[in-house]
Design a protein around this ligand. Structure first.
Ligand SMILES: [Zn+2]
Length: 609
């Protein structure tokens, strides 16, 4: 699991950072006693059940069951490999890794993916070179400069040009030794029936599309003249999934982290123009409408998002959908208003970056204001029927607001505009809210994830655990803290725990102490390959009541309980074997007798719990 970096190095780097500090870059944490609490970044929630322990250097979510150390956290939230996570912490704390670990491919084992990445890197350079230096690229460069893109922007985003010759790229890639079939898959070439290969992008301005690590994984080619389509994108591949990536996220990330704000655009050119105007926290979807995954990603980094789409009707409809999805993730969502017929890029070119920032970004409407206005276009408010339908729609939006002061604000405006009593409107909203909370309750029950949550934290659930199960949990929690207890349990019980997950955990734990390690949960979980086991260990460590010191008497009691459960189970197993034998020997009376005995023993087992 630990790549091939020496274990001591991995530990040393892990110990050099405080997990609360790293998690704090993603989650707003509040200190409470010895732990920190915040909203879980891995599942949607309104009350914090995500906790970080500085003492133990671990995190744990009581809601979804996720847990681990600083590396697991980074792997989960950034999609890093283990090595990437170690490297990130090493960079942060100024540690250096042995030479061979400094450069690792994204997909360590997949040569095809690596080849696609390499080809994209070559093509980014080649297209850029063609834009800058070729005769053919001159027109394209001229066009970009005339449209107001600066040399720096062209450089920063590695904009390029794909020559019109049908096999310029095909020949180049072949010379470099890339397999043409793989290049077709990568979307750089097309093949005809005769098995000849041609360039997919011809005579277009090329926008490299980078993943979140800054590697080009696809291209968008914009036509120069009236060539259709206006934008030609790479096809989806393993490395390029439109719904998972955000354009410019790699470059915008640090600015987003600082400002906790993100600006979401529709077009690549909008992002570039905004960046040129000093707005560094702009991202865009990849030519598709925003996906749930992208919305979650945005929420993870930003408290506030400003949707800035085209000013036309299609743009506003798309903006309302995007804003709604973002709002649902819990992001504070605003929508920018642009004059009809202008996109952000046009606006900046026409009125300048300062005005854009002041009059579009900063003057953007909070989601509810926007939606109340947006809904108007569907109704003719001169007609009474339409008016009522519109008011009902607006009330539904208002009912979703969490803060009473906000609800009051919009209700007042509505009451004034339509000359209605605010009390009537208020009672309507209360009704809608009641309906909504009933529906929510149902949904929570239906949606609650069952997998990956070995044992829930709810106290009722804990009471339901059989006594031996609880005994095993308590023992392991104490063994994790105290090698002397682990020693004693190893001697008396060995691996004979009844729950198979517990068997695996204690086996690793014995080996961990035998290697001479001190108790350290954060370090120990590195040895467990299975994420659900890591989660379970963390959960055992973090659950309340697990922290209490154990007396020798208690330890003996627990051991006894586990052992007798074990004996009973073994007894039942051998009885079952005997029963089978009797059946095979055509002795139904004996078989029935044994079956009765099994039933009795099982009943007994149940009663003792
Ligand atoms: Zn969670």
């Amino acid at each position: 699991m630990a790549g091939h970096i020496p274990e001591e190095k991995v530990d040393e780097i892990r110990k050099s950072v405080d997990i609360a500090e790293v998690v704090g870059e993603y989650v707003q944490l509040k200190r409470q006693g010895r732990n920190y609490f915040g909203l879980c970044p891995f599942h949607g929630e309104n009350t914090p059940s995500f906790s970080v322990s500085s003492d133990k250097q671990i995190f744990h979510c009581f809601g979804c069951g996720k847990g681990g150390n600083v590396y697991s956290f980074l792997m989960e939230i950034e999609g890093y490999s283990f090595l990437q996570a170690v490297r990130r912490v090493a960079d942060k704390t100024g540690h250096s890794l042995p030479e061979q670990f400094n450069e690792t491919p994204v997909q360590q084992t997949d040569p095809e993916a690596q080849s696609i990445l390499d080809a994209h890197e070559w093509m980014t350079k080649l297209y850029h070179h063609m834009l800058r230096n070729s005769k053919e690229g001159k027109n394209a460069l001229q066009y970009l400069l005339e449209r107001g893109f600066t040399e720096e922007t062209i450089q920063k985003y590695h904009l390029g040009f794909s020559p019109t010759s049908p096999d310029f790229v095909a020949t180049f890639l072949e010379k470099k030794g890339f397999h043409p079939q793989t290049m077709v898959k990568a979307g750089l070439l097309n093949a005809n029936e005769k098995g000849e290969y041609f360039d997919r992008f011809r005579g277009r301005i090329m926008f490299p599309l980078r993943n979140h690590l800054g590697k080009t994984v696809a291209f968008a080619g914009r036509s120069l003249g009236d060539q259709e389509p206006k934008y030609l994108n790479s096809p989806e591949t393993e490395l390029f999934q439109k719904g998972r990536l955000l354009f410019n996220f790699d470059l915008a990330r640090s600015s987003i982290r600082k400002s906790k704000t993100m600006v979401l655009f529709e077009g690549y050119a909008d992002v570039l123009s905004a960046d040129q105007a000093g707005i560094r926290n702009g991202v865009a979807t990849m030519g598709t409408s925003i996906s749930e995954t992208q919305a979650q990603l945005i929420k993870r980094y930003a408290d506030r998002v400003i949707v800035c789409y085209d000013g036309d009707s299609a743009g506003m409809t798309a903006a309302s959908k995007a804003a709604k999805l973002l709002k649902q993730t819990g992001c504070q969502t605003n929508v920018a208003r642009l004059p009809e017929g202008l996109d952000p890029d046009d606006y900046i070119k026409k009125f300048g970056g300062d005005r854009f920032e002041r009059e579009v970004i900063e003057a953007s409407d909070p989601y509810t204001s926007f939606i109340i206005n947006f809904l108007r276009r569907n109704y003719n408010l001169q007609l009474e029927g339409d008016r009522i339908a519109y008011i009902e729609k607006v009330l539904q939006e208002i009912a979703q607001l969490e803060r009473a002061i906000e609800r009051e604000h919009y209700l007042k405006a509505l009451a004034e505009e339509f000359q209605m009593s605010i009390d009537t409107l208020k009672s309507e909203v209360e009704k809608l809210k009641a309906q909504k909370s009933n529906a929510n309750l149902l949904q929570t029950y239906e949606r609650r994830p069952q997998h990956n949550v070995p044992v829930k934290r709810s106290s009722t659930h804990r009471k339901l655990l059989p006594a031996f199960h609880n005994a095993e949990r308590k023992l392991i929690a104490n063994m994790l803290k105290n090698p002397v207890i682990a020693d004693k349990v190893q001697e008396e019980l060995g691996g004979a725990f009844n729950i198979s997950e517990h068997q695996v955990i204690v086996t690793h734990l014995y080996a961990y102490y035998e290697d001479g390690h001190e108790p350290n949960v954060s370090q120990f979980i590195e040895r467990l390959e299975d994420q659900s086991l890591k989660d379970l260990v963390i959960q055992l460590t973090m659950s309340s009541g697990m922290d209490e010191e154990m007396s020798d008497q208690e330890i003996s009691d627990y051991l006894h309980r586990i052992r007798s459960e074990n004996t009973d189970r073994n007894d039942i197993k051998s009885l079952e074997a005997e029963q089978k034998k009797a059946e095979q020997h055509n002795d139904p009376i004996k078989a029935a007798e044994i079956a009765m005995e099994i039933l009795r023993r099982k009943q007994e087992l149940k009663n003792t719990h």
